[in-house]
Design a binder for this molecule. Structure first.
Ligand code: TMP
Length: 225
């Protein structure tokens, strides 16, 4: 990975609301994000948190419409088009939902995908470049990032095997070739190297129960220590 201008990295900050947390889950297809998010939500609700699960793109009616427009696009979109659409959905989600909800005490927002998806998908796999994506995130509210991001890491073979077992129809990104999915892993690994404090890499090749226990202990550390 070529050196990234540090001013682009130092520009990010997490929203400061005492007692409330914002976290995101990242990973390629088959990593098990959705399963883990459901379990972590239940765990945190049992600990009396108000837990709000959001997804990107989505989480607002505008974002959900953009989601449909991108994932059902019949034409290949330019990566710049994709990146600006994801940024638009994100800016709206941050102002309309995230910043409002975090104002409430004991709130935990869990977002299924966030900034690191744009870095991995548009920045690396679609070839826009990591710096270009970071530059797009320099202005408020796009300079806001989660307190913690859990990157559930699996290799390409595990992803392909799990996709085969699920046998679901593939969308705009899922239908791309293996080299695209390899680049996604490269992109996520680069994110973990760039944002060492924010991103925690979790080994997603383990069983769902083992991954859950690991996540739970990381979240306990974040919230209760
Ligand atoms: P998913 O929520 O089912 O994973 O679908 C979202 C798709 O959009 C997924 O293939 C990843 C992709 N995506 C990007 O390419 N860039 C982004 O910034 C985000 C949030 C998602």
């Amino acid at each position: 990975m070529k050196n990234i201008d540090p001013t682009l990295l130092n520009n990010f900050r997490s929203p400061a609301f005492p007692g409330s947390f914002f976290m995101s889950f990242e990973g390629i297809e088959g990593a098990g994000k959705s399963t883990q998010i459901v379990r972590i939500k239940e765990y945190l609700e049992d600990r009396n948190f108000n837990v709000i699960v959001l997804r990107e793109p989505g989480g607002t009616s505008f974002g959900e419409r953009l989601r449909q427009a991108i994932l059902n696009s019949e034409k290949d979109l330019h990566p710049t088009t994709e990146a600006y659409l994801f940024c638009s959905a994100r800016a709206q989600l941050l102002t309309e939902v995230v910043l409002q909800e975090l104002n409430e005490p004991n709130t935990i927002i869990i977002c299924d995908r966030f900034l690191d998806s744009t870095i991995a998908y548009q920045g690396v796999a679609r070839g826009l470049g990591i710096e270009s994506v970071l530059k797009m995130h320099t202005i408020f509210p796009l300079n806001l990032v989660p307190h913690k991001t859990f990157y559930i890491r699996i290799d390409l073979e595990t992803s392909l095997e799990r996709q085969r077992m699920r046998n679901l129809p593939k969308d705009y990104f899922e239908s791309r070739d293996d080299s695209f999915h390899s680049k996604l892993i490269e992109g996520y690994d680069a994110c973990a190297e760039l944002f060492t404090d924010r991103i925690k890499v979790i080994d997603g090749s383990k069983s769902a129960d083992e991954v859950y226990l690991k996540l739970k202990s990381e979240i306990d550390e974040l919230i209760f220590n």
